[in-house]
Design a protein around this ligand. Sequence first.
Ligand SMILES: [Zn+2]
Length: 416
Amino acid sequence: MTVGDVPVRDSLVDVHIGKSRIIELVNGSFPTLQNVSNRVVLTPEQSVDLARSAIDATELCGSPHSELEILPTDGDGLLVYCVRISSKRPLGDFEVLIDAENGREVSRQNLMVYSRGDGMGAVYTSNPMHGNVSKERLPHLTSHTLKGEFADVINEDADCSVATDDVHVYDPDNTHFDEVNVYYNINRIHDFFRKLGCTLMDKPIKAIVHYGDDFDNAAYRPFENTIIFGDGKLRRDYAKEECICWHEYSHAVLQQIVKLFYSSESGAMNEGQADYFACSLSNDPKYGEWVASKMGQPYERTIENNLHYPEDIKGEVHADGQLWSGALWELRTALGADIADLLIFKSFYYLKSGSPRFMNGVNAILTADKNLFGGKHAKDITAIFDRRGFNRVFWGGAYGKKDIAKVLMFQRMHRE
Ligand SMILES: [Zn+2]
């Protein structure tokens, strides 16, 4: 399929004709494109330079190749240069898509097939309160350190673990243990989102363990696309608990799709989805059991709750995220993990950037259901969110007791 002379990416149709000359199978994809959203400003040579500096290729094998293509994106087409670079350093056959108008890197893949890639490491597969250390496969390694196709883990307190046989086995109190644990758990959450159809994270995300001094938190830094793990102070070491890593990674996934302001309802939805995916993958609604145990608490948050909108709003994104994650967890209980995970992930694509409200979040899930399942679960979805109060639009701006009082007064006046 082409538009003008420009080929449309991933639009290939196979027609299988049997011996009796009848068509037995037709498969492939026909993306529908409403319009092309950008134009060609850059030359192919410029796209090669941009792609080369994006992957930081210092030594090449052969000359790079660049071709103009149309990338289908949610109904629209984007003109991109598909740049193919065989590189010695870093090692790989890279395919980089560069926006033909503004030079932005749209995606990157290393298509090289590695003869090796799996190592082994000592890790916690569940949080340390639930299980002991076990030796597990470390997939997709591209170096003898904890650097691979989907994770690049750095130790702020020491040189990185190096193992020429790719076996990284340490005791939990060894400084390298956290590197291995984070590498392993990033790959698990990467593969989880990959199963939902997400290829946006098919590049190494940076993660730093033993971050800062007494840093009593973990965080995702969108500007650097990096996750940081503190050693804790009031709480325990964040890198040892699998769901902390998965929570931060879910922020990174959302960030690739839609940019939400980190306050009010959009901030709460961002936190709520991160708790949801962490808890869904661990199949446990209690979040942060290990880190909170140092303070004698059973968990940091639980997403199995009956919080109700808007009166349970506290005005803090993590606390308010629990209203959202509570509804998502109920959706998972009603529809099963596979369907709920898929709907919630795909709903990111229907959220507007900026400050969408909870109502917009509900509509995004309903739209995902309509497109994926023909609206089969609309009744269940609506019932759950309505019962939790998300059928109302709350006041804009900051939440305080005054705002909540105003809403309650409004509801009384209108007999809601
Ligand atoms: Zn968070």
